[in-house]
Design a protein around this ligand. Sequence first.
Ligand SMILES: Nc1ncnc2c1ncn2[C@@H]1O[C@H](COP(=O)(O)OP(=O)(O)OP(=O)(O)O)[C@@H](O)[C@H]1O
Ligand SMILES: [Mg+2]
Length: 339
Amino acid sequence: MSLWGNFDTTTLVVIVLVTFASSYLLSYIVLEFLFIKELEKVYHILEQMRGEDYSLLKDDLASKSSPFGRLYDELYSFASTKEREIAELKKLEQFRRDFLADVSHELKTPIFAAQGFVHTLLDGAIKDKTVRTKFLKKAAKSLDALDNLVHDLLTLSQMEAGEIKMHYENFDIYNMCQEIIDELEDKAQKKNISLDFSKDTNPGLMIYGDQRRLYQVMLNLTSNAIKYTEEGGWAKIILKQQDGEAFIGVKDNGVGISNEHAHRVFERFYRVEKSRTKKKGGTGLGLAIVKHVVDGHNSKVQLESKPGEGTLFYFTLPLAKQSEQPQRNKGKKTSNEKV
Ligand SMILES: Nc1ncnc2c1ncn2[C@@H]1O[C@H](COP(=O)(O)OP(=O)(O)OP(=O)(O)O)[C@@H](O)[C@H]1O
Ligand SMILES: [Mg+2]
């Protein structure tokens, strides 16, 4: 007799039903725990993504090990990329806001000054000949500063947009720096600062680079050396052949730059001591331009400094190429042009 022969039909139906119900329940529990819950989580994650809340999402996805592991991995890498992109955008936005605030502030200063002088003249001061000349000269000085500032800003933005291309050629950097010394001699003399080449400079050093741009670099560095050195100090231009390259530097025994500021002086509008440089009329764009030009030559401008002892700014450039014809004194620029 078979096993089933011991049961009547009702018992059999009950057994089948109980077996069916329990296997259904078991499958449901497995599905609920393994899939439906996970699917709900995925749904929740997608909801968060819609709200662009990637930071929470990353915590949710971290250390997940389930049948959905690969899906979580994909979502995790997507969330990380998105979070990075958002952080970058926020940084750019902050940079744009700071930049706009700096530019407006810097533009306002000379505009307000010129405006003040012109209005005072219109209010009657124009009748007095001495006051008239004095105020007109002051207004002109403010407008010249404004012109320089706009010019610098334009140059920087063109450089950053890659619109300015370097024009490489062989040229005599010693001759070029001699012109800079001649140009800045008056300024140096007024502060009783001796301005010359260093003793170890190689006269006639030929290099390969963009002559016009490098003129601007050396002019900015040398005028800084004069500007940030006290009366009776010295500023030197160093031009040497070293390890198959040209070593180019400007050294002074001026106020120096502390470590805390040294890595920031190449930023736009950065000035170590706002009040001090303000008196000296700087806008904090000179070194940003220097950095761009030297970077454009695939080199890096560096500085060594000790507060109270002086500063050395330096970089290296390739020596003149054999195959190229040397160019001398080509591309000299006007004196007030920074770049
Ligand atoms: N040789 C130096 N010695 C000491 N501090 C310096 C020297 N060169 C630059 N600095 C500091 O670095 C800051 C940035 O220099 P940068 O040339 O960019 O701006 P600036 O001279 O203030 O203005 P600008 O050159 O635009 O007229 C200066 O304000 C100054 O504080
Ligand atoms: Mg400067």
